[in-house]
Design a protein around this ligand. Structure first.
Ligand SMILES: *[C@@H]1O[C@H](CO)[C@@H](O)[C@H](O)[C@H]1NC(C)=O
Length: 346
């Protein structure tokens, strides 16, 4: 469904055919993940388990990162947990220690491995590493804890909706009619963007994002590097463009969001969850509105949407409505005042 406000047409074309530069230098990797020879065959990928990719950057948050990695590694649904370390300033000694600590703390059936990113490009969090041996991939930040039941429910939801992006945290694009520019916002009843605070997707989209799409994808990945932001929005563009469909929002029972120390604005932004009670959500939105950093953050994200649209020449993002909730768990959901709440809150 295409909302009416998209109907004013904006035609953008690629302005020039400048030389294509790789935005991250894949050649420095021991194996080029975009080389088809290094990609596992799809039929060999496991369908019953998921690979967890955690983005790590802040040294001061290592204890939390370790706790999150250990929790996922304990799940029988998880094949491997890969910590993608993106901070180039971290010493080799600290990383060796972290790698050791991760090995020690990995209990349960899956292993935890540490992968030092060869580039500090935000694009590299989506590299289709040859070691990812499952169809499903969970991408998370190092600051969000989710209860095991919600994780299981999200993975189950993905299994029956494998083309879609699945997540607990969503945002929207919209058009500002006065400036005719795209904006990044929160709508109470619909959404079009899943955040990488918790995002499940098919492995093939990592390849699509990093390795295919020709010059348009090159240009859009370069925008991510210039803006030092918006890789998550670009992934939403990639998937929506393939599927012509909206992402799916799944309801989580317990989410603890510690915020993002790298970018305070995004943490203010990020704490707004559909899992919050109505009053809490409203006061959170108010706080976001009052914070100038929050405003700046959203402006930059809107600019990314505008620039991606310009390169692509179309707006692939689609709206989804409603939220999938796990009503068969022990924790039932009840209607109260027109809203779904956990029955024990009745
Ligand atoms: C590793 O674990 C030791 C012992 O718990 C701790 O002192 C150290 O800070 C940890 N280092 C890293 C980098 O995880």
């Amino acid at each position: 469904m295409i909302p009416a406000f998209l109907s004013f047409s904006v035609c953008f074309f690629l302005l020039s055919s400048s030389a294509i530069l790789p935005v991250f230098s894949r050649s420095t990797l021991p194996t080029d993940p975009c080389d088809a020879a290094n990609q596992p065959e799809r039929r060999t990928l496991r369908a019953d388990q998921i690979t967890v990719l955690i983005n790590g950057y802040s040294e001061f948050r290592i204890p939390l990162l370790q706790q999150i990695a250990a929790t996922y590694s304990a799940s029988p649904l998880v094949s491997t947990v890969v910590v993608l370390w993106g901070n180039p300033a971290t010493s080799a000694q600290t990383l060796a220690q972290l790698a050791h600590n991760l090995t020690v703390s990995s209990f349960g059936p899956s292993t935890i491995s540490l992968h030092r990113q060869h580039s500090d490009s935000l694009n590299s969090r989506f590299l289709p590493l040859p070691s990812i041996n499952t169809r499903a991939v969970l991408i998370i930040d190092d600051d969000v804890e989710v209860d095991a039941k919600s994780f299981e429910f999200a993975f189950r939801t993905w299994k029956s909706n494998q083309d879609h992006l699945i997540g607990f945290f969503v945002r929207s694009h919209d058009i500002d009619l006065s400036t005719k520019k795209w904006i990044y916002t929160v709508h109470p009843e619909r959404y079009s963007i899943v955040l990488t605070k918790f995002m499940i997707l098919d492995r093939r989209y990592l390849f699509d994002y990093s390795c295919s799409g020709g010059e348009a994808m090159h240009r859009m990945r370069r925008i991510v590097d210039e803006m030092r932001n918006c890789e998550d929005i670009l992934m939403n563009f990639v998937v929506a463009d393939r599927t012509n469909a909206a992402p799916l929002l799944v309801g989580a029972q317990k989410v603890r969001d510690w915020g993002d120390a790298r970018n305070d604005a995004s943490s203010i932004d990020g704490r707004w969850s559909w899992g919050l009670k109505e009053g809490e959500a409203r006061s959170m939105v108010r706080k976001v509105g009052l914070s100038s950093r929050g405003v700046e953050h959203r402006k930059r994200r809107g600019e990314c949407i505008t620039r991606f649209h310009k390169v692509l020449g179309r707006m692939p993002l689609r709206y989804g409505y409603g939220k999938l909730v796990n009503s068969v768990g022990e924790q039932g959901l009840c209607m109260k005042g027109g809203r779904l709440v956990f029955c024990d809150q009745q």
